[in-house]
Write a protein of this length. Sequence first.
Length: 695
Amino acid sequence: MKFDEAHCHKWALLLKERKKKIDNALEAIASEDFETAKRLVSEVFHGSTSRNSDPGMKSSLLYHMAMISKMAAESRVILGELKVDAPSVEILLRRFYSDFLSDVKELLDKIIPLKKDLVIAVNKTTLGVEEKIRLFRRLTEETKKVEDMLDRKDPRAKDSIKSVFLEWTENIVEMRLRQEYETIKGFLIVEKLAEELGVERLEQTMGRVQKKFGDETVASAFNVSLKVGIPKAKLQKLMLSDHFIEHKMDMKNLGGFMRFLNCPIYGSHIYLETELGIKTETSELFCKSFCKAHAQSMFEKFIPFPVGVSQPLRMATDRKCEFRIRLAPASTAPSAENYVPLVVSWNVTLKCNLKCSHCYINASETKLRDELSTDAAKMLIHQITEVSRPLLILSGGEPLLREDIYEIIRYGADRGLRMGMGSNGMFIDDEITRRLEDAGMGTVAISLDSSIPERHDEFRGVKGCWEHAVNAIKTLKKSSIQVQVNSTVSPQNYDEVDDIMSLAEDLGVENFHLFFLVPTGRGTNIEDVTPRMYENMITSTLVKTTKYKLNVKPSCAPQFMRVAKEQGVDMSRWVRGCMAGLYYCRIYPSGEVTPCPYMPLNLGNIRERSFRDVWFNSEVFKALRDFDQLKGKCGLCEYRDVCGGCRARAYGVTSDLMDFCGALHEPTESKGDYLAEDPWCIYQPKALSFRKKQN
């Protein structure tokens, strides 16, 4: 091998392993063991489920498609920023690409004969997004035909399996060759530029464009992957398919790391440096600028909270690469406290143009008299950043009815907050979308409670609002703003949640949050689903995560953490079921802090007490963070650390102050018990069952 096998050729090692599985599948078919054949074929094409297992042919192909775009972007972005032409590197490029090709021929000798047109693949026109999607879908359809034959126990599946495996392999090899060609080309161009312009100038240039580079390359990879139906939850494994990694995420301590033990890019760089007899800082420039930027953008896509990324180890200097991750890092010195806000929901106004029957805050046509002014809003944002840098969700009412909303968005975004908004979509058109994007809005959630226009309009109280919501989603999708659909479960739409999810997926939405009613505000006056329906909906919604490419999450339903654990669903991207007072709080329009929007306990106004003081010193927050104070089933439950039960629902059902007006309550006057057991949870803790048996 000319190139380091561990660094540069994991993809080929995976192909060898898959070929063995295909051979075993063919033997299983010959002995009429179709179940074994189906399992092996599924592992080869779709991957295995264990943590560090083979991601499968589908993931490998998508990964290499994405890496071609990433490697081609490196030199293109640098040259564009410097406004210079690419230096000539053709002679060296042909030499080193031929060396890599020699490796490939040796590695794949017994797997696939390299056809002449495959070897010269890099001379062909690069595939565009739509061509990549068509290729992937065609191969997927061919694979589905093979799987159908295995389901029918058709012995002719043997020949089809061979043919389909060969076609996938040829395309993976072609994409890997293209990827390596761009890698070598990019390194040689940057090395030439370093000689001509100096390393210092090049480093400054790469620093200026690193965010643009990271966002562009990750967005490109996600665009293709989501369009071909890969769920967002599976994309992380896909994006790491050519790496040996160690990783750990400790959500309780809001941090973790991802350590790369190999790097195809570095493997290529070190070979070129050795062969050329040079020792430059070029490889390190890629590590600390472009690779770090790409990693930052990836983490921002996978993790729903603001995330800080550091790089204590770099492949070019330390022979391993490590990224340290910290959720919602504060602008001041980090606190020693265990709990900091990851999400803050802020009702920026009570004013609204709809008349939703379930509105928890009882929004109206007029704003609250003592709504926070623009200056007070900025003061609030500054106070929040002293504790952490959370996702700040601007809600209402309808936040777009606030005249200074764009100024607020820009102020938060400039201070490192990830900005989100919940809207009914009535005002969102091309101009509003442009203004939101320019201000720094990251995510907009549009409420959509039915796939049937008339039902949604009835629920929201205004005719024609379904059409406005759908048009808002379509308009937002044309921008860089991430789009989410929020649906509230009620007896009226309980049987059409699947249809709503299908509609959201057809509209190209990435995230789907399914909200459950909590008895507060106008929500006290409408019929809710039963506890059994509630449990069944959580279970069926999580099952659908494998059916849809949507990133699905139940909200106001903390039991989803228990159900997810029971189903074996990956929970690494979720912190806890009920986050109220732990990682989440709400700001009322006039500045009061409450544990969540559905628990209207006034814990202090930011005009009178700093947000930091309220967050760390409120007795209610302290009680919510002490799981030993939970009562009833929740206190006994083995899932209390990851679920905790809905504290708002416990409060609402036990309180005699949950009235129609949605006003705030003082903790001293409240008779509700936010530490009581969740009345909607039907699960029987093991400790409770044991006690009943003993009695």
